[in-house]
Design a protein around this ligand. Structure first.
Ligand SMILES: [Zn+2]
Length: 341
């Protein structure tokens, strides 16, 4: 087990990688604890988490709404939660986002923490202090940047996940390796199958390295004025694919990474061999590399999302494997490039 630290403006955060769930109580401050989880996880873990009042939400991204956040706030009021309340989210990205959002706004902010139950949450979503809810199909359009007191990443909890969900988390791990960890890219290439089988030591190492990559960037740029944009690698195109194809986030990010690799190759930053290496790794991990929808339709959806950037769009490009740069790319150039796909 290793504790990693995020240094936030309002508070610091401890990321407990490999800490077993049974030690949860030791990390929770005070007695006024309220738990948020979803139906599926409640069934799995209700016997393993301390008995505090529990709010059980419906699972799924579609339930990450301001209305549901308001419902949770009302529930907290009914339960008599005060300024000394501690809100604990037990779940994947959606539950952690909701918990962080509610924790940041309820009574102008109370303490909160997460038990991250999915690989995606342990590697990415629960780390870094971004807490958002969706509005009218637009993702995370309202939100806060507030660090949780702690994030517990018990890698043994991943054993209860279906393989599909492991794949989705691995897409974000590939992203982190492409941003700044060539060695991890090699590990993913050499041990992809063992990772899918959740070989214990490898999974621990993967989560540990991924969290380190992310927090190094967050510690330099918590509120995304520059460097944190690097974490959007694959996400500009990926979010558009997520909308048009209505596929899970991890799958869409895999397709987004392939697009970013092709664009990087087109701009002379990535060799053809490196691009092929990235595509073959994603395929090996059982992730899609091509969308159902044609590139022109995806591009239209992307432009709709990026209305504010009128003549260019900021893209994260790969500068070889293990390094990235953020560059504004003229929309006309992108249009011409999309035609070539
Ligand atoms: Zn993502």
């Amino acid at each position: 087990m290793e504790t990693l630290f995020v240094k936030g403006i309002y508070r610091n955060s401890r990321i407990l990688v490999g800490e077993p769930l049974k030690l949860l109580r030791e990390h929770i401050p005070g007695q006024n604890v309220f738990i948020i989880t979803d139906k599926n996880l409640h069934r799995l873990y209700c016997r393993h988490i301390p008995s505090y009042p529990v709010y059980v939400m419906e699972p799924g991204e579609g339930n990450k709404t301001i209305n549901n956040a308001a419902k949770i706030c009302k529930w907290l009021m009914d339960k008599g939660a005060g300024r000394d309340a501690f809100i604990l989210g037990v779940g994947g990205g959606v539950v952690c986002d909701m918990t962080g959002f509610v924790g940041s706004i309820f009574l102008r902010g109370v303490e909160f923490g997460f038990v991250a139950t999915s690989l995606m949450a342990q590697i990415d979503a629960a780390i870094g202090g971004k807490n958002g809810v969706n509005l009218n199909g637009y993702k995370n359009i309202m939100g806060t940047i507030r660090q949780p007191a702690f994030v517990m990443c018990d890698t043994k909890m991943l054993n209860s996940l279906p393989e599909e969900e492991i794949k989705h988390g691995l897409a974000e791990a590939v992203k982190h390796s492409l941003i700044s960890d060539r060695q991890m890219f090699k590990t993913l290439k050499d041990h992809g199958e063992s990772l899918l089988k959740l070989e214990e030591e490898l999974v621990y190492k993967l989560v540990n390295r991924s969290v380190k990559t992310k927090i190094e960037i967050v510690n330099r740029d918590e509120v995304e004025q520059g460097e944190r944009r690097k974490l959007n690698l694959g996400h500009t195109w990926g979010h558009a694919v997520e909308k048009t194809d209505r596929i899970p986030h991890g799958q869409a990010i895999s397709i987004g990474l392939v697009f970013a690799a092709k664009l990087s190759e087109h701009r002379g930053k990535l060799s053809t061999a490196e691009r092929a290496e990235i595509v073959s790794l994603l395929m090996k991990l059982g992730l899609p590399v091509k969308s159902e929808t044609g590139p022109k339709t995806i591009f239209k959806a992307l432009l709709k999302d990026k209305k504010k950037e009128t003549d260019h769009i900021h893209f994260v490009l790969m500068d070889g494997i293990g390094d990235v740069v953020v560059e504004p790319i003229p929309i006309q150039e992108l249009k011409a490039f999309v035609k070539l796909l």
